[in-house]
Design a protein around this ligand. Structure first.
Ligand SMILES: Cc1cc2nc3c(=O)[nH]c(=O)nc-3n(C[C@H](O)[C@H](O)[C@H](O)COP(=O)(O)OP(=O)(O)OC[C@H]3O[C@@H](n4cnc5c(N)ncnc54)[C@H](O)[C@@H]3O)c2cc1C
Length: 286
């Protein structure tokens, strides 16, 4: 049975908490390997991340993996957070640099994610499984694909157990990235990050920010749906595109799928159902 994991963002308001709880209630029936919770750079959502992680962890129905971004954080803050998570029974962390505010150099005691990975390994040994981020279409700040790959290799060599990709819609970019990483000696699983398509404007905004490409044919098609009048048409088309992408990735050997759920269950569940992954099939397989 295909392994899956889900990513949430930490809710800040009561309405968002309700939406998050509802999404997790439905998605946890799909028995993910783990659920991760994102982290705001510079500590802006630190307490919300912690609250969401500890809340999920208390239920014991899913393994929780907090994202931990080192941008702007001090050694003492990160040490304390690791301690809190360890005591709460967290066993997996997604270790990141975080986004540097535009026009600023990386601040804080950790410059890159590899510094954080090294620090966590030094401080906590093998207590946490560590995942890192990677970019099949390359990180937007990096001026050379080769250098970006070398930085990725070094980050894994610092002690990561696996990597999750930025989302993409071009499976060839993923396969090429995995091959190039293997050639450099990277032998950890590289899990595709999957972004369901439900809202073209939001997707276009995200993609411009994070450097994930929406191919021209897809952009044109998505833009042609009337956002207000034909949300269902866009949703069905988006589901079909992402299901085909997932099928290709799995057929080509992707080790599992990590879904950017945006704290909504419906879009992710629809894709998984089309892939034959439902609460029933998961229950039968376990
Ligand atoms: C799966 C996933 C989850 C994410 N979750 C979050 C989250 O929860 N919170 C959040 O704020 N952001 C999150 N992000 C976004 C991420 O923080 C940004 O993309 C950030 O800009 C880079 O983080 P990183 O950990 O990949 O950084 P790094 O691995 O440090 O890389 C950042 C840049 O520095 C370069 N670099 C790395 N090492 C060196 C070196 N030694 N010398 C010179 N250059 C170097 C790299 O090539 C790259 O261009 C996530 C991204 C992904 C893919």
């Amino acid at each position: 049975m295909t392994r899956i994991s889900f990513e949430y963002f930490p809710p800040k308001t009561d309405a968002q908490r309700e939406q998050f709880e509802h999404a997790h209630e439905l998605l946890s029936q799909l028995r993910p390997e783990y659920c991760s919770v994102t982290f705001g750079a510079g500590g802006s959502t630190l307490s919300y991340t912690q609250e969401a992680v500890l809340g999920l962890q208390r239920r014991h129905d899913t393994q929780v993996a907090p994202h931990l971004s080192c941008q702007g954080g001090s050694v003492e803050e990160i040490r304390a957070l690791l301690d809190t998570y360890r005591k709460a029974g967290v066993r997996r962390i997604v270790a990141l640099r975080g986004d540097v505010p535009s026009g600023m150099a990386a601040a804080g005691e950790f410059r890159y994610a590899c510094d954080l990975v090294r620090f966590i390994r030094r401080e906590t040994g093998d207590q946490f499984a560590l995942d890192v981020a990677c970019y099949p279409e390359f990180h937007p700040e990096c001026d050379s694909p080769e250098r970006d790959m070398v930085h990725f290799r070094d980050k894994v060599a610092a002690g990561a157990d696996g990597a999750i990709t930025q989302y993409f819609f071009n499976a060839d970019a993923y396969f090429r990235f995995v091959d190039d990483a293997a050639r450099l000696g990277v032998d950890v699983p590289i899990v595709p990050g999957i972004m369901p398509i439900t809202n073209y404007r939001q997707l276009a905004r995200f993609s411009d920010m994070c450097g994930a490409e929406i191919p021209r044919w897809l952009r044109q098609r998505l833009a042609s749906f009337d956002h207000d009048q034909d949300a269902d048409g866009l949703r069905d088309f988006g589901t079909e595109v992402v299901v085909k992408l997932c099928e290709r990735l799995l057929a080509g050997g992707a080790p599992s799928l990590h879904f950017y759920t945006l704290n909504r269950a419906a879009a992710t569940s629809r894709i998984l159902e089309a892939l034959g992954i439902t609460p029933e099939t998961k229950a039968e397989a376990s």
